[in-house]
Design a protein around this ligand. Structure first.
Ligand code: HEM
Length: 245
C-alpha cells in the first residue's frame, strides 16, 4: 500500500497554468506592438530593396505597385519610428546596461560557440539589450537621413543629399544584419523562444537555462503570491547559477 502523502496546497487556475505553461514573458500589448513593428519593418525592408536595386523591381507587385511603394515607404518609416519609440518607453527600464553585461560581453565568443554562458543572466542578456538599443539608434538614424530624401527640396546641396542617401543605405544594411541575427536567435538557435512572442509564455526550463536570475525572480514572485512552486516532472530546468552575484 502506498504511504499517505502530505496534503498539498490548493492549486489555483493561475498557478496551474504557470506550472504547466511556464512564465509570462510578454503581455498582449507588448506582443501586438512587437509584431506591428516587425510587419512595418518587413514592408520597409522589401520596399527599400525594390527602391534601391532596380533588379529587385519584381517586388513591386507584392508591395501594392511601384508608385504605392514609393509613397508608402517613408510613411511606413514614420509609423515604424512611432512603434519603436513606444518600445523604448516600455522596455528601456529592463534594457539598461549594468556591470554584469560587461561580463557577458567578455563571454561573447563562448556564447557564439555554445549558445550559452554560465552567468546569472536576468530577463535580457547583454546581446538582447544591445539589439534593443541598436534598433532605437538605427531607426532614429534612418528617419533623420530619410526625411531629406523624402523632401529633397529642403536641402539645396546635392552633395549633402548624396551623403544622406549613402548613410541611409548603410544604416539599412546594418538594420538588415541585426534583424537576420535576431530572427535566427529567436527561432532556430534557441527553440522555445518564439512562444514568448506568440503566446506570451516561456517554459520554466527555458527560463532557468537562458535567464536564471529572471527565473528565480519569477519564482520568488509566485512564492510571494502564495502560489505553490513545483517543477513539472521530468522537466530539465538546467543548471542554476550562483545567487550571490
Ligand atoms: C519578423 C521577425 C521577428 C521575429 C521572428 C522576432 C522574434 C522575437 C522573439 C521571439 C522575441 C522574444 C525574445 C525573448 O524574450 O527572449 C523578440 C524580442 C524582441 N524583438 Fe523581435 N522578432 C522579429 C522582428 C523584430 C523587429 C523588426 C524588431 C525591431 C525593429 C524587433 C525587436 C525586438 C526587441 C527589441 C525584442 C526584445 C529584446 C530581445 O529579445 O532582443 N523584433 N523578438
Amino acid at each position: 500500500m502506498a504511504a499517505p502523502t502530505a496534503p498539498r496546497p490548493a492549486v489555483t487556475d493561475e498557478a496551474h497554468a504557470e506550472q504547466h505553461a511556464g512564465f509570462v514573458r510578454y503581455g498582449l500589448f507588448e506582443r501586438v506592438l512587437h509584431w506591428f513593428v516587425a510587419l512595418n519593418f518587413i514592408y520597409l525592408l522589401l520596399s527599400g530593396f525594390a527602391l534601391a536595386y532596380p533588379r529587385m523591381a519584381w517586388l513591386y507587385p507584392l508591395l501594392g505597385g511601384g508608385q504605392t511603394a514609393r509613397v508608402a515607404h517613408p510613411i511606413v518609416g514614420v509609423v515604424l519610428t512611432v512603434g519603436v519609440l513606444v518600445m523604448l518607453v516600455l522596455w528601456m527600464g529592463q534594457s539598461t546596461f549594468s556591470r554584469r553585461d560587461v561580463e557577458w560581453a567578455k563571454k561573447l565568443p563562448t556564447y557564439a560557440k555554445t549558445g550559452h554562458t554560465d552567468l546569472d543572466t536576468g530577463k535580457y542578456n547583454a546581446g538582447q539589450k544591445g539589439y534593443f538599443w541598436a534598433m532605437i539608434l538605427l531607426t532614429v538614424g534612418l528617419l533623420v537621413t530619410g526625411i531629406p530624401l523624402w523632401f529633397p527640396d529642403l536641402l539645396d546641396s546635392s552633395g549633402v543629399l548624396r551623403a544622406m542617401r549613402l548613410v541611409h543605405h548603410v544604416l539599412f544594411l546594418a538594420f538588415l544584419a541585426a534583424f537576420i541575427i535576431h530572427v535566427y536567435l529567436s527561432s532556430v538557435a534557441f527553440p522555445g523562444t518564439m512562444s514568448a512572442m506568440t503566446t506570451g509564455r516561456v517554459s520554466r526550463a527555458w527560463a532557468a537555462r537562458h535567464h536564471p536570475r529572471w527565473f528565480r525572480e519569477r519564482e520568488a514572485a509566485q512564492r510571494a503570491a502564495g502560489e505553490p512552486i513545483a517543477t513539472p516532472d521530468g522537466e530539465d530546468v538546467g543548471r542554476r547559477s550562483d545567487d550571490s552575484r
